[in-house]
Write a protein that binds this ligand. Sequence first.
Ligand SMILES: Cc1cc2nc3c(=O)[nH]c(=O)nc-3n(C[C@H](O)[C@H](O)[C@H](O)COP(=O)(O)OP(=O)(O)OC[C@H]3O[C@@H](n4cnc5c(N)ncnc54)[C@H](O)[C@@H]3O)c2cc1C
Length: 393
Amino acid sequence: MNCILKKDYDIVVVGGGVAGVAAAVTAARNGKKTLLFEKAAALGGLATIGLINWWEPLCNAEGKKLISGVSEEILRRTVKYCMHRIPECWQKEGVWEQDTDKRFVTHFSPTVMSLVLQEMLLEAGADIRYDALATYPDMDGKTVKGVSVETVGGTEYYSCRALIDASGTCLMFHRAGAPCRDGENFMSYYTHITTFAKGKEYNMLKIRGWHVSGSGMTGQGHPDGFPYYAGVTGDEVNNYLIKGQQMLLDEVKAKDPLEQEIVALPMMPQFRMIRHIVGGYELTMDDLYKPHEDSVGTCPYFGHKGYWFEIPYGTLYSPEYPNMFAAGRVISAHGDAWDAVRVIPVACQTAEVAARAAVLAIDKGIAARDVDVTELQGILRKNNFRIHFDDKL
Ligand SMILES: Cc1cc2nc3c(=O)[nH]c(=O)nc-3n(C[C@H](O)[C@H](O)[C@H](O)COP(=O)(O)OP(=O)(O)OC[C@H]3O[C@@H](n4cnc5c(N)ncnc54)[C@H](O)[C@@H]3O)c2cc1C
């Protein structure tokens, strides 16, 4: 390969969304030489440059906190510098159970979160490569040896002992030839809008909020005849973006410009479910309320009071691929269970686990599938994880 740079890392993370950052922070904090690639110019992925600035719950809406760790840390560090607040009953740290149905959710500033994510990576000692498009994993059979990356300067190559795919599109697993499954998406185009009191000056500016063109969560508003794209081809991505922007401009034209202004467009396509690995275990709705011996964390299903899953370790790797791990919305989960685990807090959580598993695999010289789950659970417990729903914390 004709490359302009070659460096060795323990762990390479592809994708600087919330999952990639949580993974890289964890890997670096645990002594691994870590490099994160992000093709955009800021961190956070859908949660920040994608304008999805609503942190779904860390709790089950019945007073039980299910998610903690780096996920909670990112949220708490971000809201410190935002106008948004965690609900009062969840503000105190270390509270696991209380008598409330109030959800541990909040809006946050996407801009501030991007900055905080970078700070966390730098503090942890991870290297960041912005404007760096990871193209292909360099495979020796099923083992990844490194990654090629396109930058403004040309093609770069980085070797690694483990790769974490946090691309949101499952790009590395797919290109490595691992079994994957594609999703389907409603046409949603979320932008940020500020509204004005009619006819008044800028001091009457209201808080910025979401403007949704096309469909929200349920499919209502999906344009007639428009395909339910996965978002896995260049054509799909382009048609989706063009349609979204056309719909938005039509809506803008129909409004009084003194009443509102669209202030930000999403800098990535807002497909919810693009592609996931078919891993050692595939989480489905049959797993709702189901304890798993090899659980590596619990999570709620946003919007569904009381729902919970235990996430089996097998969702984070593909059995034939010894040194690749999945993090965030590309883990092995299908149907509505995928919907439950793809959201921001859970994406961070699975990423932290993937990184801890990668560290263990490297230290012991073993494959992802051979990681001792009891040992992994012990490490996670020490780091504030609720492994089983019934754990007393
Ligand atoms: C319309 C919509 C509404 C949503 N609403 C909510 C909500 O209200 N609350 C909530 O919690 N969640 C919501 N979600 C889900 C949530 O935003 C995402 O699932 C979550 O942010 C995914 O994080 P991630 O890090 O796994 O992936 P992503 O955010 O997709 O991050 C992947 C990152 O990898 C980078 N990347 C990709 N390929 C490469 C490459 N080859 N080389 C280098 N970098 C690469 C991308 O630029 C990106 O930064 C919503 C999603 C959508 C689309």
